[in-house]
Design a binder for this molecule. Sequence first.
Ligand SMILES: *Cc1c(COP(=O)(O)O)cnc(C)c1O
Length: 581
Amino acid sequence: METDGQFFYHPLENIEDVELFYEATERSHLTKAIASDRPYTYWTIEMYDQDNGFRGGGGLGVLAADTRRIAEKMGVPFVTIVPFYPQESKQVIKDGALVDEHIPKDYRDFGFNLIDKVYIKCCGNLCALEVIEKRFKNTRILSITEPMFGELYSDTSGSDHRLYQEVALGFGGYEALKLVGLKPAIIQLNEVATFFAALARLDELTSNGMDFYEAVVYTRKHTLYTNHTLVQAAEAEFSYEQFERYVFPNIKSLAVKKWLMEKFTNGRIKLSSVSIEIAELRSGVSKLHARVANYYDLAGNKVKFKPITNGIDLGKWVLPDILNSFKAKEIIDNQEMLAEDFADKVEQITAQEIRELKVNGRKILNEVLKTRPDQEGRILSFSGDDFIFDFKRRFVDYKRPDLPFRDTYRLRNVLESHNAHYIIAGRIHTGDENMLKKLYSILELVRKDDYLRDHVHYLCDYDEKLAFALSVGSNSAINIPIVGLEACGTSWMKDVMNYNLLISTHDGGVADASNKSYLNVSGADEHEELDNLLQRMEEAMAIWDNDFDLEYMVRLQLANFLPIISGTRMLKDYLDYLFPV
Ligand SMILES: *Cc1c(COP(=O)(O)O)cnc(C)c1O
């Protein structure tokens, strides 16, 4: 048995090793089992990190990128394993229609190094995957890619191409990890598209001679499945025949193959059901979500999820002036850890400071808007006195981008009272005809109204940059998912941190705190919710008119939400869950 100075490590290739391992660690000391050659491994099908060449789909990808940056700050050895997509889509408005453009990407432009190639089997062929890597201090991004890998979320969710991408990430990524000499201390599956990573682990242990059941126990104890979805029924399925072409050929151990074959029901499989089987550790992304996520294991038992609410990387999402002010007031320290008496310290934030910093934020927004014309092709620029509401999020039904437009007459009156602007920014998933129709009908209503035409703006191709610019530059953010359907949401966190007034339904991570912590939207039905929303919008504008109210509201939001928003809190929660003392 070897010791690496920090803690003993060993390949753990057979059952004796596993027993020794547990004996030596007694689990309570497992934290130390994280070492630079045995890092925390985080598997994700998407990451939103445009500086490093990754455009994600939404919150899931933002979370992945934030988690690595937080690990970097906290000094945790950490590897993100994610595909590098050689093409990405960009939405533009052409002749009044929203269209997707496809842009090729080269990893060399983003500082990645080619390590070598690994191979997976698909449809009777050997597919070569390039392994590329970008290293930071104590973290790295490890990717697999090839010229025909395609775009993120191209094709439908049960398609061959998606299965290929997921198998490539799992089996290819696992080989890549071995290639760079790393063993996973923990495998975190950021949603079920990454299931094959844990399967590759199980297969390796078993095919290297470990007893199959011991290998299952071992893999289960070291795999965390993080769920972001609410309804298992909504998830795509794959067929046995698809697995024959893409999955089974990559499994070396007959026992593992048989185990997997038994998981099919009527020739179909859901990756969530096998993720539940292979991961003893399971988490949901907010308190409410962990409670309501409706998942069953194959034996028919309801699955329990540990609530670990998402947080954000403050260094990435907070206006630098605001972050510095937080450090000066010792609300957070230089590692962005929250002070114990943060709630008292936020009382030092004054209306004058809020207004001054907001002016700086608005400058950033105006700068970004120079390259982001609205639906009429206008380049917008706002003065410090303009009041801006924003609705910035993926354009999906449950987030209800259309709710305020169900009564344009009243919406107009509300905006007119303060000459306010309403900015909508949101990407529509390629091929989502229903949401495209909804967007066009909103824009049609806006076009027909001579006031709204100049005060409601749609900005297409919502991305990281626009998310930041709107968080720092607007006054109030509107977050109105149908209650029960948002897993967590993180854009509201960016808003609270940047002194925006949050108008929200009590859902996702927002519901981790009391509904008196922000401008809450509620109602017995959607009519009532709409009434309430418009009322809250009026209140938000009135609050900005009054120093005392502004201070009170900003402090209240921060006092209640800071611990939830803190990304370091999130990573500590994960570490505490994975390695209990
Ligand atoms: C923060 C962020 C999200 C997350 O949005 P939610 O709707 O709050 O989950 C999505 N997309 C981008 C580009 C973001 O920056």
